[in-house]
Every structure is written in C-alpha cells, then in structure tokens.
Design a protein around this ligand. Structure first.
Ligand code: ADP
Ligand code: MG
Length: 222
C-alpha cells in the first residue's frame, strides 16, 4: 500500500519560497493504477520524485508498505529505491554504451544478494515487450518506442512494489505511444504493482480506473 499523508512541498529559491504541493492525501492499494494529468509546471513530476524517494517532502509522510523512505539512512534509501521502485521517464535514460540486456540489468547491479536469476528475468521481460531478438543491440539502434519498452523492462526487473512513469509516451508518435501504453497496462496487470502515471494524453488517462488532475497545488479526482 502507498500512503501519501498531508504531503506538502516547497522549494527555496533565491527569490523566496516556492510552494508546489499543498496537503496532498492519497492512499493506493496493491494493484491500483492512477493517471495524473494537469498543466505544465503544476507539480506532477515533483510528486513523482517525492513518491520515488528522490526528493523529500517539506512536510507530511509517505509510506510504502510499512516503510517510510525518508526516515531511512541514505544507503538504505538507495537500496530501497532499487528494490521497490521502478521509474520510467519521458526520455528513456538508457545508457548508450550498454546493450539492451545490460540496460535492463542495471537496477540489479546494486540489488542485495538474491536467489532471483535476474538475467533470465530481464530476458523474459524483453521477450514480453517484443525485444527478445534485440538484447545485444545498443539503444542507438532502436526506435523511440523500442527504447521506452526497454525502459519499461528495466523498471520492472527487480519486481518493484511501485511503478512511477513520468510522461512515458510523451516523446513518441501515436502508434508507438499506443503500443507502449498497452504494454504498460498489461505488465501492470500481471505484476500487480501500484502504478502512477503522469500523462498529457487523454487517450492514455482514459484507460485508468482512477484519474486525478494536479491544479492549484492539489490533487483532484476526475
Ligand atoms: P510538472 O511536472 O507538472 O510540469 P514540476 O513538478 O516539474 O511540474 O515543477 C513544478 C514547479 O516546481 C515548477 O514551477 C518548477 O519550476 C518548480 N521546480 C521544480 N524543481 C525545482 C527546484 N529544484 N527548485 C526550484 N523550483 C523547482
Ligand atoms: Mg513534469
């Protein structure tokens, strides 16, 4: 379960304090899928960074399961992020010098010792996203949609509890965007993560059972 409890965020800048999020509350159970829409600059990415353990809230609490990531030491938080949180960004953020398979395995490099055969899991995820025949290719040899499918496989390789996607189809043409969205929802269904997706696409948002709009520093259900 993901709990967002009275979470506020402000940034201190040279021109004073900039309030971004104001008393956000939301509880999501395992298997929940949520789309967040809203104008540019409204704080959608900021909220994902907070949920992803990348940026502490100014006040309030975020709990993933029974754990509060911001009460952890930096080392514990880094390992928690790696195991429990998958992130897909608008730009794939793949490492150009690594193969497709190596890119998918990156989150597992720092994972604690585990019985999981991550290489087998990565290959099966790459099969699942239709790139089983491309595991030895470099990202530069892939289309935008293919790169995003690799990023999706990478985000799921450690079987995270929480999958966060920040405009994952924002840089794709309509056909590729449709395919990536399809895979995202199918993989979510299979893995029963908690899925939070920020998107500008009405089409993508319409496929989510729960939809929110970020406006005036608050999250409103649509
Ligand atoms: P969105 O993803 O909805 O477009 P963001 O969450 O990226 O919005 O940004 C929300 C607001 O917070 C913007 O006005 C942005 O300029 C500001 N902001 C984001 N990060 C910082 C930061 N590190 N310092 C100061 N302001 C920031
Ligand atoms: Mg953003």
């Amino acid at each position: 379960m993901l709990q967002i409890l009275h979470v506020s965020k402000e940034y201190s800048t040279a021109r004073g304090v900039l309030p971004i999020l104001d008393d956000i509350n939301l509880t999501l159970d395992r298997g929940a899928a949520v789309a967040i829409m809203g104008p540019s600059g409204s704080g959608k990415s900021t909220l994902l960074y907070l949920l992803g353990g990348l940026e502490p809230p100014t006040s309030g609490t975020i709990m993933l399961g029974s754990e509060n990531p911001y009460a952890m030491t930096a080392a514990d938080l880094a390992s928690f992020r790696n195991r429990q949180i998958g992130f897909v960004f608008q730009d794939h953020h793949l490492l150009p010098q690594c193969t497709v398979l190596e890119n998918v395995l990156i989150p597992t490099i720092v994972a604690p010792p585990s019985k999981t055969d991550f290489a087998a899991r990565a290959k099966s995820l790459l099969e699942r996203v239709g790139l089983g025949a491309r595991i030895d290719h470099r990202p530069s040899e892939l289309s935008g949609g293919e790169k995003q499918r690799v990023a999706l496989a990478r985000a799921l390789v450690t079987e995270p509890q929480l999958l966060l996607c920040d405009e994952p189809t924002g840089n794709l043409d309509q056909d590729s965007a449709g395919l990536v969205a399809e895979l995202l929802l199918e993989l979510h269904e299979q893995h029963q993560t908690i899925l939070v997706v920020v998107t500008h696409s009405d089409e993508l948002a319409a496929r989510f059972p729960l939809r929110y709009r970020m406006l005036n520093r608050q999250l409103r259900e649509l």
